[in-house]
Design a protein. Sequence first.
Length: 115
Amino acid sequence: VQLQASGGGLVRAGGSLRLSCAVSGNFASIGVVAWYRQVPGNQRELVASSFTGGETYVADSVKGRFTISRDNGANTVFLKMGFLKSEDTATYYCQATAWNRDEYWGQGTLVTVSS
């Protein structure tokens, strides 16, 4: 299983971006795909999760502004980010957990929000 994250960039505060996480390999082996973010010097923070059964989780810090969705046909999970704030600036990583608990990480994609 390999993950390819994309969609980061520079955006003004109040703007929006959509991140994509394309999963290649055995997508059926994956139980959950999540987005994390990390600022240098800080721990990696869980932002949102998408479960195979359709359930989603969104962290309180971004609830109401970020949504997570998936296109199972395209093996892709999206993180739609709106009303961006400067504190959302971070490197965003997608992560997948297989049913056997194996974890996979994609490379990060940098989101920079200018105030």
